[in-house]
Design a protein around this ligand. Structure first.
Ligand SMILES: [Zn+2]
Length: 166
C-alpha cells in the first residue's frame, strides 16, 4: 500500500468518525458539547444524563434539566416525552438517566438566547431510585451543632461570671 492510498484511507476513516460525532451517533459529554459549542451549534447530538429537579411544563412542551456529571443543560421536549421521565434527581432521589437526541443550540433564538437542546427523541436508559436514608447524617449534624452551641453558651456564661472580678 503506498503512502497516498494510506493517507486517503485515513482521511476517509477520520471523516466518518467526525461525521459520526457530528450527526449524533455517539453520545457526547455536556462539558465537551459546551466547549465545542461553536462547532456543534445547530447540529443533532446525543447526550445522556440524570434528569434533575422537575419538568417545567410550557403548553405542549416542557423543560427538563439533565446533568451528566460534567455539566448540566436544559432540554426542550414535548410533554409526551417529558412524561416518560418518572423520577427526577433531588436530595431524596437519583433521577432517571435519559438519553436525548436533539438539536443543540448555542444561543437559542426561540428561548431568549440560552444554550439548550431541542429533543427529537428521548429514552429512559436507567430508572431513578430513592437515595438511602438521610436521617443518620442529619442527626450527626444536629449533634455537632448542639455541642458547638453548648460550648458557646458555656463560654459566654463563664465570661459573664468572670466580669465582676476583673
Ligand atoms: Zn430553545
Amino acid at each position: 500500500m503506498d503512502k497516498v492510498t494510506r493517507a486517503l484511507i485515513l482521511t476517509v476513516v477520520a471523516f466518518f468518525l467526525f461525521a459520526g460525532v457530528a450527526f449524533g451517533i455517539e453520545t457526547i459529554s455536556l462539558n465537551q458539547l459546551i466547549e465545542t459549542a461553536k462547532v456543534m451549534d445547530g447540529k443533532t447530538v446525543v447526550v445522556q444524563g440524570e434528569a434533575i429537579s422537575e419538568a417545567l411544563e410550557r403548553g405542549n412542551n416542557a423543560w427538563v434539566n439533565i446533568n451528566d456529571g460534567t455539566n448540566a443543560i436544559g432540554i426542550w421536549l414535548n410533554r409526551e416525552d417529558a412524561n416518560k421521565i418518572k423520577v427526577f434527581g433531588d436530595y431524596l432521589n437519583i433521577g432517571d438517566k435519559v438519553k436525548v437526541t436533539g438539536v443543540f443550540n448555542r444561543a437559542c433564538v426561540e428561548h431568549g438566547g440560552d444554550m439548550d437542546i431541542h429533543a427529537t427523541s428521548i429514552e429512559v436508559v436507567e430508572n431513578g431510585y430513592p437515595v438511602k436514608e438521610k436521617v443518620p447524617s442529619q442527626k450527626i449534624a444536629i449533634g455537632i451543632i448542639f455541642v458547638v452551641v453548648t460550648l458557646m453558651v458555656t463560654g459566654f456564661y463563664f465570661k459573664i461570671m468572670k466580669k465582676p472580678t476583673s
